[in-house]
Every structure is written in structure tokens, then in C-alpha cells.
Design a protein around this ligand. Structure first.
Ligand SMILES: C[S@@+](CC[C@H](N)C(=O)[O-])C[C@H]1O[C@@H](n2cnc3c(N)ncnc32)[C@H](O)[C@@H]1O
Length: 200
């Protein structure tokens, strides 16, 4: 997590995100959840804020969480003034979160793997507790064959372990990506689960 990737790395990563499209996992989750209509969403590890902005544009109220100290400044730079009242920002490490607002849409793009495995279970319980009735949860998790799986501060799951995290939810998507590719730190093997689930 922060001790391994460090604030500087996340800052550089987020700065390089400006030109990319909104993540398709977020768009798919928004489509499943339906129009925001002033309902509450949460963006966990909001980074550059692209998905936060997409959800605001979709009519959601958004609670954006990230541990980077300059998160507020970064988000307020890109958020239109008329959406400001619908945005709340929490600068906090996931492992220090004890509660989240009840939400109809929770998105975590490439952020949850960066929690220490010893702290992941407690954090996951906070996430599940925040998911409202018929709420949609969309996350990327890392698999055990990922190149970074030897990093002890980050969490990785077998497919069976990842599927168990969504027990009791309706799985709308569970896609496995298991291939060599590029990261912002050079070539690597990616083993990722892209998951969208809904509370019954
Ligand atoms: C790989 S970036 C992803 C950002 C964005 N969601 C995206 O899809 O591009 C990970 C983000 O999660 C944040 N992050 C990493 N570990 C965190 C932790 N333990 N608690 C809170 N935020 C964390 C970083 O500051 C960074 O902005």
C-alpha cells in the first residue's frame, strides 16, 4: 500500500490519467444502477477523479475517498461548480475507515488491492455494510498470478476467494484478465478480476 507504492507514485499515476476514458467497469455499473437521480455513490480510491466526475454527471451524489493529501484540491479543480453540493471528499486510508455513507453505487477502480491483507477483511465488511438495498458494487481485485503477488503489503485472491467475497450478492459480471501487459511501472503480468455485483 502506501508504504510500497508511496504518495509520489500515486501522484504520478493520477497525473497520467487525464487523457484516458472513464473506466468501462464504472460505466457498466452505472448502467446497471440506473440514473443517479440524486442517489448516493461512493468512489473508493478516486485518484484523478474521472469516475467521480462521470458519476456526478450521471446525477449521483458522490462520496470520494482517497488517501492522497491533495485529493480535495485535485477534485475541486475538475468538478463543475453546480455539482459541488453533491460531492463529499474524504482524505483517509481505507484501512482507517470505520464507516461509509449508505450508497446505491460503490465503485473501486484499481484501488482495493493496495490494502494490507491483514486489514482487507475489516475494510470489506465496511464496504458491504454501506451497500444499500439493490445497490451495485463494482471493483477490480488482483489475482494470485499477478506479477505483484509477492508484495506482502498488498492483497491478492484466488478466483475462489474472490468469488466468496460476493457471497449473498447477485453477480452481474465476473471477468478474469490473465495476461502479460504494461503497467505505469513497466511490463508485468496482470491477473485481475473485474466484478460487478448487486445486493438482492
Ligand atoms: C491505481 S490508482 C487508481 C485510481 C482510479 N480509481 C483509477 O481507476 O484510475 C489507486 C488510487 O488509490 C489510492 N490508494 C491506494 N492505496 C490506498 C489506501 N490504502 N487507502 C486509500 N486510498 C488508497 C491512491 O492514492 C490512488 O489514487
Amino acid at each position: 500500500m502506501e508504504s510500497r507504492a508511496g504518495t509520489k507514485v500515486w501522484r504520478e499515476y493520477n497525473a497520467a490519467q487525464a487523457g484516458r476514458p472513464v473506466r468501462s467497469l464504472c460505466l457498466d455499473a452505472m448502467a446497471l444502477a440506473g440514473p443517479g437521480g440524486g442517489r448516493q455513490a461512493v468512489d473508493l480510491g478516486c485518484g484523478a477523479g474521472k469516475e467521480t466526475l462521470a458519476m456526478l454527471d450521471g446525477g449521483w451524489r458522490v462520496h470520494a475517498v482517497d488517501s492522497l493529501p491533495d485529493t480535495r484540491k485535485r477534485l475541486l479543480r475538475i468538478v463543475p461548480a453546480d455539482a459541488d453540493g453533491r460531492l463529499s471528499i474524504e482524505v483517509r486510508a481505507f484501512q482507517d475507515l470505520r464507516t461509509l455513507p449508505t450508497a446505491d453505487l460503490i465503485f473501486a477502480g484499481y484501488s482495493l488491492p493496495f490494502i494490507h491483507p491483514d486489514r482487507f477483511g475489516t475494510f470489506w465488511a465496511v464496504v458491504l455494510a454501506a451497500l444499500g438495498s439493490r445497490g451495485v458494487l463494482a471493483v477490480n481485485l488482483f489475482g494470485h498470478r499477478d506479477s505483484w503477488a509477492d508484495i506482502p503489503e498488498w492483497n491478492f485472491h484466488t478466483e475462489a476467494q474472490a468469488r466468496r467475497l460476493f457471497a449473498g450478492l447477485e453477480l452481474s459480471k465476473f471477468e478474469v484478465y490473465d495476461a502479460d501487459g504494461q503497467s505505469f511501472r513497466g511490463p508485468k503480468h496482470w491477473h485481475i478480476y473485474d466484478v460487478i455485483a448487486r445486493k438482492p
